[in-house]
Design a protein around this ligand. Sequence first.
Ligand SMILES: NC(=O)c1ccc[n+]([C@@H]2O[C@H](COP(=O)([O-])OP(=O)(O)OC[C@H]3O[C@@H](n4cnc5c(N)ncnc54)[C@H](O)[C@@H]3O)[C@@H](O)[C@H]2O)c1
Length: 191
Amino acid sequence: MKIGIVGLGFVGLSLTSVLASKGYDIIGIDIDKEKCEKIRNGISPFFEPELEKLLRNGLKKKLKIVSDFLLIKNCDFIFVTVGTPQNTNGSINLSIIKKAISKIGENLEKNKKNPIILVKSTVIPGTMKKEILPILEKKPKNIKVNEIGNPTKIANNITPTRINPKIAGSINSAIIQTLLATGLFLQPSNF
Ligand SMILES: NC(=O)c1ccc[n+]([C@@H]2O[C@H](COP(=O)([O-])OP(=O)(O)OC[C@H]3O[C@@H](n4cnc5c(N)ncnc54)[C@H](O)[C@@H]3O)[C@@H](O)[C@H]2O)c1
């Protein structure tokens, strides 16, 4: 199973390093080339205890860090972890995430795997349906789009040394089975 992680900031790089150090096949993508270069050399752009140790461990295994989206077409599972800053009126600025989703969509046209895309960036309820899914539905042909809920407050307990089980919900039972098979999620009844 190949996992793409788009956006290598606090959330994305932590997730990338933990999963890669555990041996998951990870492609970390960030548009910031300088940041990618540092990360490829095992240097974290921010301090987090033990993060660099995990990152370097992951780099010795299957981790790849890139600044373009070409390899996303090989992924079975994609986490979106780009920033969603606040506008001056307090609303969420979606311009960054929309660009990232659009890039993913373009490259998925070459993907035969129909990957699961899970948005971890902070968005308010309804954003997936109104803003994100329409971008994906426009781009790749024949892509099946389903919405998955991944509540931030419960799900985002990542530290460099451990990754807590995550909750995700979907009305599509095939997607739930795929999520459970990754070993990264718990069934709500087990939580
Ligand atoms: N930091 C936290 O503790 C935390 C906790 C919960 C939720 N979140 C949410 O997670 C999201 C990410 O937070 P963060 O703190 O990691 O953000 P961040 O700003 O540290 O990192 C975002 C990364 O995305 C990259 N990026 C921007 N546009 C891109 C694109 N088009 N393609 C690929 N990469 C792109 C940036 O270069 C940057 O490295 C936000 O929505 C935030 O609200 C963060």
